[in-house]
Design a protein around this ligand. Structure first.
Ligand code: AGP
Length: 615
């Protein structure tokens, strides 16, 4: 996922741009670059493969002056990671510099047309094609950069968040977006542009979220100008920034991921605040209140998401069906969007996304809307694309999640889905009111039980991690709502320690995976279910009989599974459907410590991005 940062104002642009890129490093990238227009009207571009620190080393003793600039971290989509393909890219004349996050799907066609007119390209990127298309429009139609950008983007298919600067115009910054995120910070006669709010935190608290297919002109001394690519003037909607500085720093932890794991008692409490009323014995989800009738009368409820958010959706589906008798289908957004799904106008689709920018999930939403369905969102980023294209939704108040591996967002999503399931139980009367009261009171205790789980898990997960750090495979097994926990535990291990791991329904073991069991295969059981406990005990026995290494997450007081396990992590007793909110915690810590012991880059794992806004 690329990151973009731009600045125009009275201060030196370079330090603001570099710090902004560092705030965006969590998105994952392979090269970085900056373009600055100095007071002598020189447009200096510095870019290099590698990290932002490599860019800083590269710009030592170079002219980094200027009060206007653009900067970029690239996650290669077109062309390998190298200095040539890194952004910013210059137009043929050298007068315009552009940075871009997204994919121009028809760039080869445009490149061919420009080559037929004598253009030559240095890189293999779609971005270099775009900056030359814009200059070509400017020259042939004799218009300024703002108008040339608008016209050019009418010929472009795909996703973009772009910022441009031009020689001879030190007071003007142009930007535009479609499909890729962008936020504009408004300071005192200075402006900031970034892929998300993290580079802007602490610099201003006034922001404007640019909508799809909008082009913006920032000119010092003038108000921000905004229009659609169809040339319709837009009044910018200025909002208050929801983040603060300490919320994106590490707070004394070694990694953002560990900080975010330990934030979960607070973030789950914050997510339930104002929604779970234990004193009144009820739940209110204001964001979707007006849609409750539609939900109750829905022909189908379909959850679409990716990765960890999909796992949260799977947990939610178990609870919704158990508490309300309403059937729920959970789909990978990436599959849903391409298989021409059967969707009816009276369907309700629920999109779950931490970032609110995942391309596959956004595409799934578009398809559901085209087919007339009502689309609700569960997002963690206020003002994100998904939160703006859905009919309504519920924010998870987990705060910015910087670590690429999602942790606190997962438990916040499950908390929202649990409240949603309880609300549906109230509306349908499917389960007794006494049971609903029990569920509400127990849910209110969960933040404290997460805290206890963290305390109980810390040392034992370190000990297990030391034993597991050199394994090559791992199997995670759970039943019912602990099956998605098995999937989530396996994903955590895979994505930050690079150890192959699989999550499976425990009962499925006998249909194949049991062939994998030997003394070198660690098997992690999530064995907290009361209703299927005896079955899980048999599964543990089957693994034991084949010398498998057994690690079990059990409910405190467990005896049988504990006896057979090599390692046991005990979580507090709770309503069995709430186990995912607790059992996931030790699995997050286990993956974290294994990754640390393996020397992996925990917050920015290789090949991964925090928000997958490309397909
Ligand atoms: C989770 O640890 C991964 N980083 C990834 O699977 C993530 O959950 C997925 O890309 C979906 O992201 P979203 O929630 O922002 O849509």
């Amino acid at each position: 996922m690329c990151g973009i940062v731009a600045y125009i104002g009275k201060k030196d642009a370079y330090p603001i741009l570099i710090n902004g890129l560092k705030r965006l490093e969590y998105r994952g990238y392979d090269s970085a670059g900056v373009a600055l227009l100095n007071d002598k009207n020189e447009l200096n571009v510095y870019k290099t493969k590698g990290k932002v620190s490599d860019l800083e080393a590269f710009t030592k003793a170079k002219d980094i002056s200027g009060h206007i600039g653009i900067a970029h971290t690239r996650w290669a989509t077109h062309g390998e990671p190298n200095d040539i393909n890194a952004h910013p890219h210059l137009s043929r004349s050298g007068n315009i510099a552009l940075i871009h996050n997204g994919i121009i799907e028809n760039y080869l066609t445009i490149r061919k047309e420009l080559e037929n007119r004598g253009y030559e390209f240095k890189s293999s990127t779609d971005t270099e094609v775009l900056v030359n298309l814009i200059e070509d429009v400017q020259l042939t139609q004799k218009v300024d950069l703002f108008e040339a950008t608008r016209i050019a983007l009418n010929h472009v298919n795909g996703a973009y968040a772009i910022a441009l600067i031009e020689k001879g115009h030190p007071d003007t910054l142009i930007a535009a977006r479609k499909g890729s995120p962008m936020v504009v910070g408004i300071g005192k006669n200075e402006f900031f542009i970034a892929s998300d709010a993290t580079p802007i935190v602490g610099l201003t608290s006034k922001v404007v979220y640019i909508e799809n297919e909008e082009v913006m002109k920032v000119k010092l001394g003038e108000d921000l100008k905004l229009k659609t690519i169809d040339d319709v003037e837009i009044t910018p909607y200025i909002q208050k920034l929801q983040l603060n500085l300490e919320s994106i720093e590490k707070g004394g932890f070694d990694h953002f991921m560990l900080k975010e794991i330990y934030e979960q008692p607070t973030t789950v409490r914050d997510t339930m605040r104002g929604r779970l009323h234990a004193d009144l014995g009820t739940v209110t989800l204001g964001g979707i209140f007006d849609y409750e009738k539609k939900i109750l009368n829905a022909r189908n409820i379909i959850i679409v998401a990716c990765g960890t958010s999909w796992h949260a959706g799977l947990v939610g589906s178990y609870l919704i069906e158990l508490y309300s008798g309403i059937r729920v289908k959970v789909e990978y957004a990436s599959e849903f969007r391409y298989r021409n799904p059967v969707i009816f106008p009276d369907d309700v689709v629920i999109a779950i996304s931490q970032s609110g920018e995942t391309a596959d999930t956004l595409a799934a939403i578009e398809i559901a809307k085209e087919k007339g369905a009502t689309v609700l969102g569960i997002c963690n980023v206020i003002g994100s694309s998904i939160s703006r294209v859905t009919d309504a939704g519920v924010y998870t108040h987990a705060g910015p999640e910087i670590g690429v591996a999602s942790t606190k967002a997962f438990t916040a999503q499950v908390a929202v889905l649990t409240m949603f399931a309880i609300r549906l139980a109230e509306l349908t009367g499917y389960i007794p009111k006494s049971k609903i009261m029990e569920l509400i009171h127990e849910l209110d205790l969960i933040p404290e039980k997460i805290k206890t789980t963290l305390e109980r898990s810390k040392d034992i997960t370190k000990e297990i991690a030391m034993q597991m750090k050199d394994v090559h495979n791992a199997l995670y097994l759970g039943r019912l709502q602990n099956f998605p926990v098995a999937l989530e535990g396996a994903l955590k291990l895979k994505e930050i320690s690079y150890i192959h791991a699989e999550g499976y329904p425990a009962a499925e073991m006998k249909h194949g995976p049991i062939a994998l069991i030997d003394k070198d295969m660690p098997v992690i059981f999530i064995a907290t279910n009361k209703s299927t406990y005896e079955k899980v005990v048999s599964n543990v026995q089957e693994v034991k009989a084949r010398q498998g290494k057994i690690i079990s997450v059990v409910t405190e007081g467990d005896v049988l599974v504990k006896e057979m396990s090599d390692y046991v992590i005990e979580i507090p007793d709770t309503e069995c459907t709430y186990a995912p909110l607790l059992a996931t915690i030790p699995l997050q810590l286990l993956a974290y410590y294994i990754a640390v012991y393996r020397g992996c880059n925990v917050d920015q794992p290789r090949n991964l991005a925090k928000s997958v806004t490309v397909e």
